[in-house]
Design a protein around this ligand. Structure first.
Ligand SMILES: [Zn+2]
Length: 145
């Protein structure tokens, strides 16, 4: 169970630097501070997710807003040259992401997409991740410890 008070949590969060760090690293560090155990890049899982939380049966994909087309995001710009080529590339990425999440679901994993821009507000991101991770799967008899 979570032993952190909200005050402790925001203290912990405030110690996480967000400069010059890759989004994946930020997410890992955040989860670590939140007390979650995880593994990295399991190639046998769909799309080689950035973070795997075996106890929660959750996969986390950290997506760049530009390449993975974060809907409505100001970072998901469309280049003005070679536009058609870019659009094709983007479409491929979207389809691949969609398929990975579907495959993950079929294998019994829940998946969370964390957008790059979300790592700019780690407190808000922590709140969202916590909300999903606390939703225990009904009848999940495998969780121990
Ligand atoms: Zn975004």
């Amino acid at each position: 169970m979570d032993v952190h008070t909200p005050e402790q949590r925001s203290f912990n969060m405030s110690r996480i630097r967000s400069k010059n760090t890759k989004p994946e690293l930020l997410v890992r560090r955040l989860l670590h501070h939140m007390g979650y155990r995880f593994r990295l890049h399991r190639r046998e899982l769909p799309g080689s997710p950035d973070v795997v939380l075996p106890r929660h049966h959750v996969l986390i994909y950290v997506h760049g807003c530009f390449w993975h087309r974060h809907e409505g995001c100001r970072f998901a710009t469309i280049p003005s040259t070679n536009t058609e080529k870019w659009q094709r590339k983007f479409q491929e990425n979207i389809l691949r992401d969609h398929k990975n999440r579907e495959d993950a679901q079929r294998l019994g994993w829940r998946s969370i997409v964390v957008w790059e821009c979300e790592t700019r507000n780690l407190e808000l991101l922590a709140f969202r991740l916590d909300a999903v991770l606390r939703q225990q799967t009904e009848g999940d008899g495998n969780a121990c410890g």
